[in-house]
Design a protein around this ligand. Structure first.
Ligand code: ZN
Length: 121
């Protein structure tokens, strides 16, 4: 099951939510610490966008995400592969994040330099 990471704007804590994609479509996620709905999505798995298609589901069911949190380079490569797999232009932001991860930069560092990431959705 995919992990969605957020920062809570109300209490400032990191929030990790486990949801299926179907649940994510319907959900209005709230902070488990303070109940606020003011959650800002974090860089990481969530930056992969909203995957579509059976092939992608199989990639995830097959554990394609395992260990990526601990290895930014693998994460960056995976993001690029997924983008190609989907045959879509994921946007400049996605490309930049994937490239910086592949270069070994930490997700936290990237997020700090891109404060608006994920805010426009
Ligand atoms: Zn909170």
């Amino acid at each position: 099951m995919p992990v969605y990471e957020y920062n809570c704007r109300a209490c400032g804590r990191r929030v990790r939510l486990f949801m299926s994609f179907a649940e994510y479509d319907r959900a209005a996620p709230t902070c488990p610490h303070c109940g606020s709905a003011e959650l800002k999505r974090r860089v990481g798995r969530v930056a992969l966008g909203r995957p579509e298609g059976e092939r992608l589901d199989r990639m995830m069911d097959g554990g394609a995400f395992d260990g990526l949190d601990e290895d930014p380079r693998a994460m960056g490569r995976f993001m690029r592969e997924m983008s190609q797999e989907m045959g879509e232009d994921m946007g400049d932001e996605f490309d930049e994040v994937a490239g910086r991860l592949a270069a070994g930069e930490s997700p936290e560092s990237i997020e700090q330099s891109m404060p608006e990431m994920g805010a426009g959705e």
